[in-house]
Design a protein around this ligand. Sequence first.
Ligand code: ZN
Length: 262
Amino acid sequence: MGRTLAAVVAHPDDDTWGIAGTVALHADDPAFRFVLIHATSGEAGMISDPSLATRETLGQVREDEDRRSWIALGRAPDRHGWLRYPDHGVADQPFEEVVERIAAILREERPDVVVTFGPDGVTGHPDHVTVGAAASEAFARLRVGGVPGFRRLLYTAIPQSLLDAWNERLVANGKEPMDPTQLYHPRGVPDHTIGVRVDTSSVAPRVLAALREHRTQAGEMLERSEEDQLEMVSQEHAVIAWPTATPGDPAEVLADIFDGLD
Ligand SMILES: [Zn+2]
């Protein structure tokens, strides 16, 4: 059976945060195929160091950073699609066109598993929310249309308990806690809604190496201790958006995105 994963994200580094550990765990599996779609090149993002990029070059620089991040991880995508919609402007595009451009790639690739953003966009970013909605619509159309694959749709998520633990540590270190009511701050989801919890601790140093390639985005995280940074990338979580759970079924938490698809 195939093990094709398609990740549909908004910005360079969304992919590293959301799925890099899972990809690293499958890096040596000959049946694994990894398709990555970026809706934007992230040209409206921060520039941590003016020697790295200008506002005009940031999009190209971030595409290069993203390619290098996967090389640092040790597993480059087999196919990498850049839709190059305006950063911070995906919600202003004709939704139908966004769906179709994503669907055009997924129709060819027939992924077993698609991972994207849920309605919370993890951080509430409108690009994340729109990309997640468009990818979900593309998944539904292709599945209903009988295209092979499309066996599981996942939404990257942060369990509330983990967010609470991060916040406790921030406060203990005299920092401001993250506030999920603020745009761009991470949101948690109720722990019982988590359907996939991947232990990525064995590949955490590789995920960290990948994150560090997003040099223009170097932020607060890199001020933390090495131990804290490794801990932050030692788990990846997702909500299973499809197939939908049967009410009353005991909630089984999968340890891998492909578990149970054989
Ligand atoms: Zn993003």
